[in-house]
Ligand binder design. Structure first.
Ligand SMILES: O=C(O)CCC(=O)C(=O)O
Ligand SMILES: [Fe+2]
Length: 420
């Protein structure tokens, strides 16, 4: 069990049923240990190894949940979370509490909210309002207790590492389908370029889509998947993640339908054969000079919603309405879920498709690769995106009087990101 997840009667669980404290709104983010503790420690510790530990401590952020005396330490250097139980407060400590709090440095006063999928079962209305509010404000939310098994997630990342790091360029290129806009298989490093950007992203990726039975009416829109011969289990594992995230996405869409004053099952028959894609991304270590290229340039996603695994490795940032970038820091195993341009268009911008990017790591972490897996949930290719009546008013006139089929929209956008 990793240390970010703990048992207690009141806390909520990670996707695989483990418990997590991260992301609760009342957590205080602090950067340093209080001065008294540091002083005492310094006096006690003289050996080299202790000095090293001390240096590491300085690089840690501490997240405190006072109710249970539980502390999660987030070590910036390794980006690992450790659980500690705080010693019981003595009277003197309590008296000094206010003073200590004032010494703590708040890292950020704002963060993307975490919503638990347990609410989907226990209090659907609350699930709807929490998601809707988070999306209207940020266009992003972090999902915990999402039901995608942690073992499956870890396996998919292991196999992805194996594919990208152990196969030669030649072996990987075998899986590139020329002229197919990267729809299936391998897309090489430096190919995708964010809309409007001149410098390509520092990533390579694999695309896997929905399996259709032979002769299906959508065959012309959706190519068959490719099998990777060199990495046993790669395709099976990726398919498992595809369908698990598809299922999770459907639950999110039910809540959004209700939030948008539609029937709860409004999206069901519009996405059941969607042209959705699981993108398995490898951002290799960054060379000395990246010449202005970034891991993923600022962009918006094209689809309805995106469900992302792996953002607990730092770098993902979203653009706030005030023009500042905000780090997205999900707990390990959580799913980050954002609104894409198709849903923004359908909802006349009630639900915003927020600009986001993946920045290059600091120098000391530049040698570490980054792996992530966004699942781009698309509508069925023949679904016509026409602004919802419930999202049009005098204050919010219809921005898109011309309806467009989701496939036409997709093709236009693929050209913009130079995949076509
Ligand atoms: O890798 C990530 O964390 C985000 C990737 C992303 O935004 C994308 O591929 O659209
Ligand atoms: Fe994205």
């Amino acid at each position: 069990m990793d240390a970010s997840c703990v048992s207690s009667s009141d806390d909520e669980t990670c996707g695989d049923g483990r418990r997590s404290l991260v992301g609760r709104p009342f957590l205080a983010w602090i950067r340093t240990l209080d001065a008294e503790q540091k002083k005492k420690k310094k006096a006690e510790e003289t050996s080299t190894s202790t000095r090293r530990r001390e240096e590491d401590t300085k690089k840690k952020q501490i997240i405190v949940k006072p109710k249970f005396r539980q502390i999660i330490i987030f070590e910036k250097r390794t980006r690992h979370h450790f659980l500690r139980v705080a010693p019981k407060k003595k009277q003197k400590d309590r008296e000094n509490e206010e003073e200590r709090t004032n010494e703590m440095t708040v890292v950020d006063d704002e963060f993307v909210p975490t919503v638990s999928l347990t609410l989907y079962e226990t209090d659907f209305d609350k699930f709807v309002s929490k998601l809707g509010e988070a999306y209207e404000k940020y266009g992003f939310v972090i999902l915990e207790n999402h039901g995608v098994a942690q073992t499956e997630i870890e396996r998919a990342f292991q196999l992805s590492k194996h594919f990208f790091e152990d196969l030669s360029q030649e072996e990987k290129e075998k899986y590139h389908l020329p002229g197919k806009a990267g729809a299936r298989g391998f897309t090489a490093f430096g190919r995708e370029t964010a809309k409007g950007a001149t410098k390509s992203d520092l990533k390579e990726f694999w695309h896997l889509g929905r399996d259709l039975p032979k002769g299906h009416k959508f065959e012309k829109f959706m190519l068959p998947n490719l099998e990777v011969d060199e990495v046993e289990g790669f395709t099976t594992s990726a398919k498992h993640i595809f369908y698990a995230l598809d299922e999770l996405g459907n639950r999110v869409l039910q809540a959004l339908a209700v939030y948008l004053k539609q029937d709860r099952h409004f999206f069901d028959d519009k996405v059941d054969e969607g042209n959705s894609i699981l993108r398995i991304i490898h951002y290799p270590p960054i060379a000395e000079e990246s010449a202005g290229h970034v891991r993923a340039g600022a962009h918006e996603d094209i689809n309805l919603i995106t469900l992302l695994l792996g953002a607990d490795e730092g770098g993902l940032q979203i653009l706030r309405k005030d023009g500042k970038w905000l780090d997205v820091n999900p707990a390990p195993g959580c799913v980050t879920c954002n609104i894409g341009d198709m849903l923004q268009r359908l909802t006349n911008h009630v639900l915003p498709s927020t600009t986001h990017r993946v920045v290059n790591p600091p120098k000391e972490r530049a040698h570490i690769p980054r792996f992530s897996m966004p699942y781009f949930l698309h509508p069925n290719p023949d679904y016509v995106i026409e602004t919802l009546e419930s999202c049009i008013s005098n204050d919010r006139p219809n921005r898109y009087p011309e309806p467009i089929s989701s496939d036409d929209y997709l093709q236009e956008r693929l050209m913009e990101i130079k995949l076509k």
